[in-house]
Every structure is written in structure tokens, then in C-alpha cells.
Design a protein around this ligand. Structure first.
Ligand code: NAI
Ligand code: MG
Length: 503
């Protein structure tokens, strides 16, 4: 329990601007807010207006050292608690996070530009759900008895790994953090999280709220940049497990650093997820499904975004038209406004990256850019990082827009003629995170589901990650799984064998 004065109230603070200010300049280490040791801060900007709303502590190796030492000390006692007791505490955290759902939703909308109604509130709800789910799994941390010899008792037990270092991105920071922190804690590890520089606030508040329930030092939060704060966390000798979500490029750097110490690493990296639409699909449901699959309400900033849509030729033109009409109805605007469907891109850097892809696609001979929806007209938002969703047709499979992760509201639609050719195109990718198939012919659908190279394949739906369903990619999309019981057992514990000779 927290025993020192807090800059933030225990009760939900529904003014995200006030909460952002109160959270300014802190890490959360050893059960309390602490300023960075070097005294440096960086700006946290509201991407809808360009205005600074807070400062975040710019962590470095000294902060990492403090956090990891605290975590290592706390972990020893934490691991001694019965697993169900740890789970019960994590479950209590879920209940507290539910009480703060609206507060967290507004705060994440403010710092990331994700619309409150369509995205931020949903994320805040799922976060609580993830902690609730893992909180119930304490008693699943069990071992086996092994039939070795009649008078030798041979058993396996699940032990925690120690301090877990978690690096998270900015697109769904609360949820992606929960997928790491919840199983790590229930399994008896302690955790140091390095938040994304674009979104340090909501995860910091969650860390504080959970520290009102957890013993101090078990869950710590650092803010800062990748090379200065993330890298020393990954390579700290006391960090015995690394879990990372972000780009392929950074994932490889993190994996190399983990390999130097020979500690296990879980990587959830990017995607270029195909959506395959057959002519016999339920048309209206599939058009609506394309909008959610593409995560347009998150400006396409999703690793599972359906950024390649293949449509069977007989319904191709009709599908493109229907999709354009549907995206045109989506309202872009202030992320905190209930009317808004689509908010902003997270940062100027991401905006430029997305614009470069759009420009390249627009200049490609034979390609058509269908620019949808409308920029917001409110003058208060004129500096906002808004971008109109674009649907491309006429691009070939050599295009960078078809091959690379754009991480923006840009999708490419192409026609296909038969299941085998579309399967080959779908699998012709560096990535293998997710895929969806839309058809009423479940014989064809199931056959392709088995042959698609992806960690998650859905037929006639395309949901985001769900508690208890293993989630994680193949190929360059990552290593290992998250969100499930197996993920907790395989990635946050090791199996020790104990043998007793009773002869
Ligand atoms: P990134 O992979 O560079 O950043 C993710 C996290 O890694 C951040 O917390 C960052 O501070 C940290 N990091 C960066 N360098 C590090 C290092 N050397 N050691 C340890 N940690 C380090 O992603 P970024 O720059 O935000 O976005 C670039 C692209 O990555 C996006 O355009 C998108 O394509 C992809 N991406 C994929 C995500 C996913 O969910 N799979 C999430 C975010 C970005
Ligand atoms: Mg980067």
C-alpha cells in the first residue's frame, strides 16, 4: 500500500488535462513517484492541437538501475506469496482499473489522439479485463509428476524468472502493457516497464493505481527514449526476461541484446495482415468488417490492421464503392468529442511516414487513391495530426504499400480470381501476424485458414486480441505468444524438475 503523499488523487480524475499535469516529470519506482535522476524531462503533446499537456521524465541508465534494484528486491517476497494470493491481488487491481476506466480513457485519448468513444474507452475496458483474466489463473501455475522410477518422486514446478523488462509502444499502450504485466506478476515475477515516448501518462497512472494494491517494487514504470532508457533496461544483468512490442527493426535490436545475456525474449512485432473477401460473403457485414479490420477508428495504427484487402473479382467494384461510402461517413475530429469516430495520428514523425507512403502510392502509374472522410473544420484543431483515410486500388504486389507496414489509415484493395492465387499472394509477405477470411463456404474458409501463414486467422470476423486466446505472429511478426494461459506458463515461468530418491 502507498504510504507517501501522491501528486495525484486516489479517486478518478476526469479532467485529462489536470491529470496529465499532475503526472508530469515522474517515474514510478519502488512504490512511489520519483523524478528522473538526471532532472531532464521531455514534452508530452496533445496530437489534436499540437499543445504540450505534460512533461515526462527522460529516464536513463541510472533510473533503470534504481527500478531494477527495487524490482529485484521486491520479487523475492512476491514470489513467496501463494500463487492464488498474487492472482487475487491482480484481480483487485482489475476492479480498481474498472473504476478508473473513464479517467484512463480520457487520458489515453489526450496523449495519443485516439477517439474516446470508438477506441480509448474500449482500450481502457479491455485492460481491466486482461488483469481480471490473469488474476484468476494463479492456481494454474502447477507442475507435473513424472513416472521416472517407482521409488523416485519426480515432479516439475513452475518458477518465476525474476525481474521482467517490458518495452511497449504507443498505439495501444495500456492494453499491450497489460498483456505483459498481468501474466508476469501472477507468475511471481516483478516488472519494470519502459513506456513509449509518445504515450507515457496513462500507463504511469495505471502503475500508480496498481501500486495502491500491490507490494512496493513489484511493478515499476519508467519513461524515456529507446536507446537511453530502453536499451539499458534490456541489457541490465538482473533483468531475466525481456518482452517487447513494437517495430521489427527495434525488435531485432532488443533480441540481440537479450541474446548477449541469454535471457528469453518475447517479441510482438508488425504485420501486413491480409483480409480475403469471397463473392459469397455476407456483403454488408463484410464491408462493416473491413472498416473494423482496418482499424480506421485507430487511424490504422494497429499491427493487425487489414492493410491488404483481396476481393473476389465479381464483387470487386461494388465492394470498393461500398467501402468508400462507409469510410466517408466516419467523422474525423477532436478525440475527446463523443461524436468523433477517427482521431489523429500519434506524432508528427508517424504522420510524415504515412504521408510518404500515400505520396508514393499516388504517384504509382495505374494506381488510384480514393481519399475518404473529411478533415475536421474546427479551427482549434488546425494544427492537429489528422489525415484522411485512403483506399488504394490498382497497385501491384511489388508496391511498397502492399509489402510494408504503413501503420496509418491506408489500405490497398486488389481483385483475385481463385483461392489458390489469393493464398499465394497473402502468404507472399515478410509478416505473419493475422489474417481474416470472409465467406459462407466454410469448407474453403477452413482450408485456407489452415494454410495461411499467420498467428491468428479469423473467419467472418476480425477482432482484436482477446483474453485466453494465444496471440502472436510467425515470420517477422514476432516470437512467442501473449494473452493466454499458455503464454503465462511458457514465457513468464521456467519449469524446474525436482527428484527425490526414496529408496
Ligand atoms: P519502436 O519499435 O522504435 O518503439 C517501440 C518501443 O521500443 C518504444 O518504447 C521505444 O522507446 C523502444 N525502443 C526504441 N529503440 C530501442 C532500443 N534500442 N532498445 C530498447 N527499446 C527501444 O517503434 P516506433 O519508432 O514507435 O514506430 C515505428 C514503426 O514501428 C511504426 O511505424 C510501426 O510500423 C511499427 N510499430 C509496431 C507496433 C506493433 O504493435 N507491432 C507498435 C508501434 C510501432
Ligand atoms: Mg523507433
Amino acid at each position: 500500500m502507498l504510504d507517501r503523499p501522491m501528486p495525484t488523487p486516489a479517486a478518478p480524475l476526469l479532467d485529462p488535462f489536470a491529470l496529465a499535469k499532475a503526472l508530469s516529470g515522474y517515474h514510478f519506482i519502488g512504490g512511489g513517484y520519483v523524478p528522473g535522476r538526471n532532472g531532464k524531462n521531455f514534452a508530452v503533446v496533445n496530437p489534436a492541437t499540437g499543445q504540450q499537456v505534460a512533461e515526462a521524465a527522460e529516464g536513463d541508465a541510472a533510473d533503470v538501475e534504481a527500478a531494477v534494484q527495487n524490482a529485484a528486491k521486491a520479487q523475492k517476497e512476491w514470489a513467496k506469496l501463494p500463487a492464488r494470493k498474487r492472482g487475487a491481488l491482480v484481480h483487485q487491481c482489475a476492479a480498481l482499473l474498472k473504476e478508473h476506466q473513464e479517467e484512463l480513457a480520457k487520458l489515453i485519448a489526450l496523449e495519443t489522439g485516439k477517439a474516446l468513444r470508438t477506441e480509448s474507452r474500449v482500450e481502457a475496458g479491455v485492460v481491466a479485463d486482461i488483469f481480471e483474466f490473469f488474476g484468476g489463473l494463479g492456481s494454474e501455475l502447477k507442475g507435473e509428476s513424472v513416472p521416472f522410477a517407482p521409488n523416485v518422486l519426480s515432479v516439475t514446478v513452475r518458477e518465476p524468472l525474476g525481474v521482467v523488462g517490458a518495452i511497449i509502444p504507443w498505439n495501444v499502450p495500456m492494453l499491450l502493457m497489460a498483456l505483459k504485466v498481468a501474466p508476469a506478476l501472477v507468475a511471481g515475477n516483478s516488472v519494470v516497464v519502459k513506456s513509449a515516448e509518445e504515450a507515457p501518462l496513462a500507463v504511469l497512472r495505471i502503475c500508480e493505481l496498481m501500486n495502491r494494491i500491490l507490494p512496493p517494487g513489484v511493478f515499476n514504470m519508467l519513461s524515456g527514449f529507446g536507446p537511453e532508457c530502453g536499451a539499458p533496461l534490456v541489457s541490465h544483468p538482473l533483468v531475466r526476461k525481456v518482452t517487447f512490442t513494437g517495430s521489427v527493426e527495434t525488435g531485432k535490436i532488443v533480441a540481440r541484446a537479450a541474446a548477449e545475456k541469454l535471457v528469453p525474449v518475447t517479441l510482438e512485432l508488425g504485420g501486413k495482415s491480409p483480409m480475403i473477401v469471397f463473392a459469397d460473403c455476407d456483403f454488408e457485414k463484410t464491408v462493416a468488417g473491413a472498416l473494423t479490420s482496418m482499424r480506421f477508428t485507430r487511424q490504422g495504427q494497429s499491427c493487425t490492421a487489414a492493410s491488404r484487402i483481396y476481393v473476389e473479382r465479381p464483387i470487386f467494384d461494388r465492394f470498393v464503392t461500398a467501402m468508400k461510402d462507409a469510410v466517408n461517413k466516419m467523422v474525423m475530429g477532436d478525440p475527446l468529442d463523443e461524436k468523433t469516430d477517427i482521431g489523429t495520428i500519434v506524432s508528427e514523425g508517424q504522420l510524415q511516414k504515412v504521408k510518404a507512403f500515400i505520396e508514393e502510392g499516388t504517384k504509382t502509374p495505374g494506381a488510384t487513391a480514393h481519399v475518404c472522410s473529411a478533415m475536421p473544420s474546427d479551427p482549434a484543431l488546425k494544427k492537429g495530426l489528422f489525415i484522411q483515410p485512403v483506399i488504394f486500388t490498382g497497385l501491384t504486389k511489388e508496391s511498397r504499400l502492399v509489402r510494408e507496414e504503413i501503420f496509418g489509415p491506408v489500405t490497398v484493395i486488389a481483385p483475385f480470381d481463385d483461392p489458390e492465387s489469393v493464398l499465394a499472394e497473402a502468404n507472399d509477405s515478410e509478416y505473419g501476424l493475422a489474417a481474416s477470411l470472409w465467406t459462407n463456404n466454410l469448407k474453403v474458409g477452413l482450408d485456407l485458414a489452415h494454410r495461411l501463414e499467420a498467428g491468428l486467422v479469423q473467419i467472418n470476423q476480425n477482432l482484436v486480441v482477446q483474453a485466453n486466446l494465444s496471440y502472436g505472429g510467425v515470420k517477422s511478426s514476432g516470437l512467442g505468444k501473449e494473452a493466454s494461459l499458455e503464454a503465462m506458463l511458457e514465457h513468464f515461468t521456467h519449469k524446474k524438475t525436482i527428484m527425490v530418491n526414496m529408496a
